[in-house]
Design a protein around this ligand. Structure first.
Ligand code: ADP
Length: 206
């Protein structure tokens, strides 16, 4: 089979809760959650790629597309060959990638996108509060500085939001993300449970 992983994309601005929802979904059998930011943060920060990640992320910038896509592909290959991710059974839940239209194009031959869950949180101040709390807890440089946070929102509007127009409208679902994590989870599950159910009844044969 040409490896087009069946996947659900978690989409939304920094602080909208993609990681929180993705981690919970990843605990449900049959979902495999991969957050691009987590993969970057797990790099050896003294390696060449790790250093590049730090340079860009500490300024609130995106890592260049080519490096990001290459790292993502390598990581996916490793997850599959170690049977951590089993594409025939598991639905991939991607969070934080694609973050530019050029990344979406590069991933086109690798992903069969079943749904894009757009976590919508119009209250930017609330997202900033969430990010500052996270910075303290997780020691994240990109969320510690208010100027960097605001730059991340600018980058999101300019480079990431256009990704929404890349996918067909009928697979994009807006999920209100201002509520508590469990309320947001209910909306997320309403959307993904039927998709998983369909996938379970029609597993891929390779
Ligand atoms: P958040 O959860 O706040 O949206 P992430 O943990 O996903 O943030 O990403 C942290 C940083 O990692 C980004 O600001 C960026 O520098 C880098 N990064 C993550 N994913 C990508 C991507 N797909 N393309 C380029 N850079 C990325």
């Amino acid at each position: 089979m040409s490896h087009r992983y069946k996947c659900i994309l978690l989409f939304g601005s920094p602080g909208s809760g993609k990681g929180t929802q993705g981690k919970i979904l990843g605990e449900i059998p049959g979902f495999f959650h991969l957050a691009c930011g987590d993969v970057f943060r797990s790099l050896d920060l003294t390696s060449s790629l790790g250093k590049k990640f730090m340079t860009h992320s500490s300024k609130g910038e995106l890592v260049p597309d080519e490096l990001t896509v290459e790292m993502w592909q390598n990581n996916m290959k490793a997850q599959v060959s170690l049977s951590i991710f089993k594409p025939a059974q598991d639905l991939l839940v991607l969070d934080g990638i694609p973050r530019t239209v050029s990344q979406a194009k590069a991933l086109k031959d690798h992903l069969d996108v079943l749904a894009v869950l757009h976590l919508v949180c119009p209250d930017e101040a609330e997202m900033v509060r969430r990010m500052r709390r996270r910075a303290l807890k997780e020691n994240r440089l990109d969320d510690a500085d208010e100027k960097v946070i605001h730059h991340r929102f600018e980058v999101y509007r300019k480079e990431t939001e256009p990704v929404l127009s890349y996918y067909p409208k009928d697979i994009i679902h807006n999920v209100p993300a201002i509520a508590s994590p469990s309320m947001v989870l209910m909306s997320v599950l309403d959307l993904v449970a039927p998709i998983q159910d369909h996938h379970f009844r029609n597993p891929l044969t390779q």
